[in-house]
Design a protein around this ligand. Structure first.
Ligand code: HEM
Length: 288
């Protein structure tokens, strides 16, 4: 249920404030940072909440449920067909959604790391095999997520070379896979014990991860086909694989070439339009 509540909150955010999130994300980041700071302070102060807060609000913010729900939206965004309402709604705000998810993830890291990292490094035997593996997996997730998260901020992104940025963003697929593994390790034992809600969590994350990888492959092949027809070099294929939090598929240079040929499969390069929310002129830098 907590996952459903979190998914509902994430969807409400997208539907009610998607446009503002795209044009002026600052206040959203500030709110997320303040909520996350409150989580960290409460976790360290060991504050005890009333049952309602413990059951519904704390898990949404501290257990990673809202962060996960936002990542789920980012992951499934690419799976919607081009031009569909899902794509039009989610694609332009993947970057701010993943930045928000990253902020909530930091709070989750501190709130849970405070117990589980301490146990991992001081008394690993006290953790079950699956929790131990999940904690180790979360170190990998942090290592992959932090550079992706930092470089998702437009101010940092603009300072990077487009190719280097895209190459880095490909690591997002590893992050999604590790996230799925983290969740499966932590939830499957509970799902097998018949604890309510855990089966749904397993289903949602597995489906989202599968959708993200399938969409990446579909985009890669559409981009590669278009590139081959255009006589463009094979880096277009690689660029199409360039996943990531905001996940652009082809550079503006290719886009301009492709645009002149009407009959091609447009799927590969439409995404860049969604990602940047801009039109495509000149150097790839302007497009991401
Ligand atoms: C990039 C870092 C991380 C991400 C994206 C992440 C994400 C998540 C998500 C989405 C959930 C499922 C929440 C739900 O729907 O109930 C979760 C659960 C959990 N995470 Fe993380 N996590 C991260 C790091 C960590 C770390 C560092 C620890 C501790 C060492 C940790 C420990 C846990 C535990 C114990 C649960 C299960 C909570 C429960 O259901 O009782 N996570 N995490």
């Amino acid at each position: 249920m907590v996952l459903l509540v979190s998914l509902a909150l994430a969807l409400l955010l997208v539907l009610l404030s998607g446009k503002r999130l795209r044009t002026a994300p600052g206040p959203f980041y500030l709110c997320a940072a303040l909520l996350s700071l409150a989580v960290v302070v409460c976790a360290f102060a060991g504050i005890r909440f009333p049952p309602f807060v413990t059951a519904w609000i704390w898990p949404v913010l501290a257990r990673g449920a809202l962060a996960g729900a936002l990542f789920v939206l980012v992951m499934v965004a690419g799976a919607f067909p081009n031009g569909s309402m899902g794509a039009r709604t989610l694609m332009p705000i993947r970057a701010p959604l993943s930045i928000l998810a990253g902020i909530f993830t930091l709070a989750h890291n501190v709130a849970y790391g405070k117990t589980y990292f301490v146990a991992l490094f001081t008394d690993a035997a006290s953790l079950s095999a699956t929790t131990l593996l999940a904690a180790v997996c979360s170190i990998g997730m942090d290592l992959v997520m932090l550079p992706l998260w930092i470089t998702s901020f437009p101010v940092v992104r603009k300072k990077m070379h487009a190719k280097a940025w895209k190459r880095l963003q490909r690591w997002a697929y590893l992050f999604y896979a590790l996230l799925c593994l983290h969740i499966l390790l932590l939830t499957i034992p509970n799902a097998l014990r018949g604890r309510p809600g855990y089966g749904l969590t397993v289903f949602v994350y597995t489906a989202a991860d599968t959708a993200a990888h399938a969409a990446a492959h579909a985009a890669a092949h559409a981009g590669a086909d278009a590139a081959t027809h255009a006589g463009a070099d094979t880096t277009a294929h690689a660029a199409a694989h360039a996943g990531g939090f905001p996940q652009p598929d082809l550079s503006g240079r290719y886009l301009q070439r492709f645009r002149r040929r009407q009959s091609w499969d447009l799927r590969g390069y439409h995404r860049i339009c969604y990602d940047s929310g801009r039109h495509h002129h000149g150097h790839p830098h302007h497009c991401i």
